[in-house]
Ligand binder design. Structure first.
Ligand SMILES: Nc1ncnc2c1ncn2[C@@H]1O[C@H](COP(=O)(O)OP(=O)(O)O)[C@@H](O)[C@H]1O
Ligand SMILES: [Mg+2]
Length: 228
């Protein structure tokens, strides 16, 4: 499903974030990206949803080479990818329902369809009673559930999460992990960058370690440590 081939990312300021990364992730996998701060985890994630482009190499998702996309093709590719961040990024003046429904309105679905889809995804993430609440009225864990719902509303086949539990206490973090695990069991590929090693150890999933822009360990034994 995902192929990252000989990818390097050098930011315009000269920061060498990724150095000749090679990686394959199959459909339905659950993969953790771990490694110290500044290692390149977020950069790798940004390449996967085409927030950034590689300086060298190829990023291929579902047979589409993201580096060759025209800008008008980007929304179509992103529709199949849900993204969750540490800092929620919810729209503060919209309700829970509106925050989740928003991505469906952009697709021009009917009101009835949007309502049905939004209510069913709210049920899935355990927010059925919160449809009229505003983000400021929710706990951190509830806000992150809204983000998960928003990421899933268009039924993406890939869910990417960058430190999704970074702002949550332990118990709330586990609630989010159970949700991601469930989503993965329904068939969605999940890629999650995290510092939370207790979570990584307990989940028993594939773990890819990134250090100084290189993959230094892959629990599936597909690491590439070749230099630039
Ligand atoms: N937009 C940017 N411009 C310049 N340098 C960046 C940018 N984003 C990240 N970097 C640099 O790239 C390296 C990797 O960062 P990042 O991918 O955020 O790592 P991580 O998510 O593992 O902490 C760091 O040295 C960081 O300072
Ligand atoms: Mg990061």
């Amino acid at each position: 499903m995902i192929k990252v081939k000989n990818v390097s990312k050098i930011y315009p300021n000269g920061a060498r974030a990724l150095l000749n990364i090679n990686l394959e992730i199959a459909k339905g996998e659950f993969v953790f990206l771990v490694g110290p701060s500044g290692a390149g985890k977020s950069t790798l994630i940004k390449l996967l949803y085409r927030e950034e482009t590689a300086t060298r190499g190829q990023v291929i998702i579902n047979n589409t080479n993201l580096m060759r996309l025209k800008s008008r093709q980007i929304p179509m590719v992103r529709r199949n990818i849900g993204v969750i961040f540490q800092d929620f990024k919810l729209l503060p003046n919209k309700t829970v329902f509106e925050n989740i429904a928003f991505a469906q309105q952009v697709l021009g679905k009917s009101k009835k369809e949007i309502k049905e889809n939004t209510l069913s995804i709210m049920e899935l993430v355990g927010l059925a009673g919160k449809r009229g609440s505003f983000p400021s009225e929710l706990s951190g864990g509830e806000q992150q559930r809204v983000c998960v719902a928003r990421a899933l509303i268009n039924r993406p086949n890939l869910l990417i999460a960058d430190e999704p539990t970074g702002n949550l206490d332990l118990e709330t973090a586990w609630g989010i992990m159970e949700l991601l695990d469930q989503v993965n069991k329904y068939g969605t590929t999940v890629i999650m960058a995290t510092h939370a090693l207790h979570i990584v150890e307990k989940m028993k999933k594939r773990v890819i370690r990134v250090e100084a822009g290189k993959i230094t360990e892959d629990s599936m034994g597909r690491a590439s440590t070749s230099g630039i």
